[in-house]
Structure formats: C-alpha cells, structure tokens
Design a protein around this ligand. Sequence first.
Ligand SMILES: [Zn+2]
Length: 181
Amino acid sequence: MAKADIENGTTDPVHPEAFDSQDEYFMGFALAEAGLARQEDEVPIGAIVVIDNQIVGRGHNQPIGLNDPTAHAEIIALREAARNTGNYRLTGATLYVTIEPCAMCAGAMVNARVKRLVFGAFDSRAGAVESVFTICNSSSLNHQVEVTSGVSAEAGRELMQEFFRQRRKSSAGGSGPASLG
Ligand SMILES: [Zn+2]
C-alpha cells in the first residue's frame, strides 16, 4: 500500500468522541476486517494498527488464501503499518485485534516495539497474552506491550462461534476445533 493511502480513504480522521470509547471505535475497524476474513472462508479475525489516531495498517486472517501460515490478521496489519510508516519499529503504535493474539503474533508485536495492544475476546486454546502464555508483558523480553482486553469481546467472539458452527455443520462431524488465532 502506498503512502498516498494514508492520506485518502483508508485512514480517515477519527472522531472518538462519538463513541463510548476510542478503543471501541477503533475495534469497529478490526471487526470489519474480521468480516472480510469471514467472506473469504478464513477464520474471522481482524486487526488494525493505529498511530497518532490514524489507521496505518489493516489485516484479516488469510493463511489459507495466501498459502501462508504466518498470514494472521496481526502480522498482515503490522507489515502494512511498517511499510506505510517506513519504519520496522512501530513505537507509539496501538494494535487492535478482535481475538487474543497467538504466540507468533504476540512475539511480532514485541519485536515491532508496539506500545499498546487492545484485543477483544480471550482465546483459551492459543492465546499468548494472558490465556496460555504471557508474552506481551514478560520481563524476560526486552520490550513490554501495554495490554487492554475485553474490548467489544462479544462481537468478536460471536463472529468466531458462528464461523465454527457453520463449519461443523458443513463438514458433518469432520475435524476438531481449530485454533482461534
Ligand atoms: Zn496469530
């Protein structure tokens, strides 16, 4: 995505005062990304990266479509944000994602020096922020990410549950539950 995209369309100036909270406002964009994943029959998780109230990266889960096991929403959004800002370090960035990140994505956020993570629902199977591992605030690593959880969690969880209900129905007792993110 070119720098011009920051100045039109994809990064509208925001009006957080119109919403209950700025976090809920931005989470709405992450949920919209999750909807795109849903349309592509991917596990519906969406993420955005915000710097100075501007959306500089967006992503939705696409590992199947891209034949890329690393194509999680957060990774795609981080890559786009780094391209758009011309910096591999995203100091000052907040990443919004609909579901608790996995170990890969939490690790990528630490590497990118993301300042803050806001996520929706917990992932008890693979969540690496609070549920299974606690990568974002590990004192063993050289960077800690501030974390806010539970933002618009119901909406993010509902997308996931609906997706897996449909999948179970269509595969008639097929494979077990996949990891969420
Ligand atoms: Zn992930």
